[in-house]
Design a protein around this ligand. Structure first.
Ligand code: FAD
Length: 413
């Protein structure tokens, strides 16, 4: 039987698993299969500095080429796994080759949602932003004075809008929901970012749907909105979410819901197949979640690699995430799903933190805006299961450092 570990997908998750396997002493063959043609790279800079600044490619790569060789990680670029044969424990590549595995790791990521073709979503200057190729194509449209429509007020859309404004584009951002960041943040956090973008000159229009895109010679030239208004545009970026990549798992009979279903070590129903990162749905504190963040990809990779080499582990990390817009840094610790109330702690004109509590007054998440201290403290407290009172948090004359840890932390399980 083959001893080969095959990892499908070479984003943050797949690359981390490969190197962690070596760090935990696995000496057998490791093959990392990537559908993309370039060395594996970081995605976060693509919606930030990369669009306008020429970042050195070496700094975008997750690992330099030589490291794959020195760690004996067999990296197959521009190569897609088309099928998993669980009975024979092998995968079929698009080249027709079969690769046997002892363990298979699915780190397939997610695909961007596109605007429907009937709305004009297939025009040449309508973009989504997931890959280096996408970012390169968008870069060609980012020219001072041109008009950009951003569809979707999530983090990717807001970051792209910020970059476009920073080079003097005329930017309109539309959000179908009542407010931006509706799926991921409190009204207080959303209000901060809306005001920030408006101050920078972005036209933020909430509760407005895209009706259709008007084309000329294959390019969108104007946009009709659901409220009956229309506007000219030179390019469109759709930041309307992603769909986890699950197709090869589903056709292999693995359990799939909002992502590939795994247990607390990333293992699917098939004991020799694991899944992690953006494509995986896992148990966390009594429910199932799927996260789209670098932290989650890297932390799950650590757990998966340990499980494969036979260590007893389970995923216990406190999720965290960041977003950069203009010179504002947002850092998020924990998950605010189902929060009942928030406490706002404003420490300076441009720095504040929003503390989320559940129905039992337990702290579950914090959004820290230009406030690294609040973020670090919140991460520690969330890890300890400690909940400061809402009154203490709301009172800025009480420094965070003086809020004592209770002797018996209120552990969230
Ligand atoms: P991916 O990075 O998507 O990698 C999956 C890889 O698998 C892809 O290369 C794909 O082509 C390949 N693949 C899929 N199917 C196959 C197949 N059958 N055969 C071979 N290969 C296959 N997170 C943060 O925490 N902070 C941020 O500020 C932030 N900013 C972001 C900005 C942008 C523009 C984007 C797109 C994402 C951002 N994220 C951010 C999210 C973060 O980048 C992702 O959560 C993370 O990259 C997920 O890693 P992954 O390895 O699970 O998936």
């Amino acid at each position: 039987m083959s001893e080969r570990i095959v990892i499908v997908g070479a984003g943050h998750a797949g690359v981390s698993v490969a190197f962690k396997l070596r760090a935990y002493g696995y000496t057998g063959p490791v093959t990392l299969v990537s559908a993309e043609a370039v060395l594996p790279y970081q995605r976060p800079p693509l919606s930030k500095k990369y669009i306008t600044d020429s970042i050195d490619m070496e700094r975008l790569y997750l690992k330099q080429r030589a490291l794959y060789d020195s760690e004996q990680i067999d990296l197959l670029l521009e190569c897609r796994v088309e099928k998993i044969n669980r009975e024979n424990k092998c995968v079929a590549l698009d080249s027709g080759e079969l690769l046997e595995y002892s363990h298979l790791v699915l780190a397939l990521g997610a695909a961007t949602r596109c605007l429907p073709p009937e709305q004009g979503g297939q025009a040449n200057n309508v973009y989504t932003l997931r890959t280096l190729e996408d970012a390169k194509r968008i870069r060609g449209e980012f020219v001072e004075g041109r008009k950009l429509l951003v569809v979707g007020g999530g983090y990717i859309g807001l970051e792209a809008a910020a970059v476009a404004r920073s080079i003097g584009m005329q930017v309109t951002l539309i959000e179908r929901d009542r407010r931006i960041l509706g799926r991921v943040a409190s009204a207080e956090t959303a209000a901060y970012f809306k005001a920030l973008h408006q101050r920078q000159g972005v036209a933020v229009r909430e509760g407005v749907e895209l009706a259709s895109l008007e084309r000329l010679d294959g390019r969108v030239v104007a946009v009709q909105l659901g409220d009956g208004t229309s506007m000219e545009t030179d390019a469109v970026i759709a930041g309307i979410g992603v769909i986890p990549e699950t197709s090869i798992a589903r056709s292999a009979g693995l359990r799939v819901g909002d992502g590939i279903m795994v247990d607390s070590v990333g293992r699917t129903d098939d004991k020799s197949i694991y899944a992690l990162g953006d494509c995986a749905c896992f148990p966390w504190r009594g429910r199932r979640i799927r996260l789209e963040s670098v932290q989650n990809a890297v932390d799950m990779a650590d757990v998966v690699a340990q499980a494969i080499v036979g260590r007893r582990v389970s995923y216990q990390s406190i999720p965290w995430f960041w977003s950069d817009q203009y010179s504002t840094k947002l850092q998020i610790a924990g998950l605010n799903h189902g929060y009942a109330q928030v406490a706002v702690r404003k420490t300076a004109e441009d720095s504040m933190s929003i503390w989320y509590y559940d129905e039992e007054h337990r702290l579950i998440a914090v959004d820290a805006i230009n406030d690294a201290k609040a973020f670090m403290t919140a991460r520690r407290w969330l890890g300890d299961g400690f909940s400061p009172s809402i009154e203490e948090i709301g009172n800025i004359s009480v420094p965070l450092s003086s809020i004592a840890l209770s002797e018996q932390p209120d552990q969230i399980t």
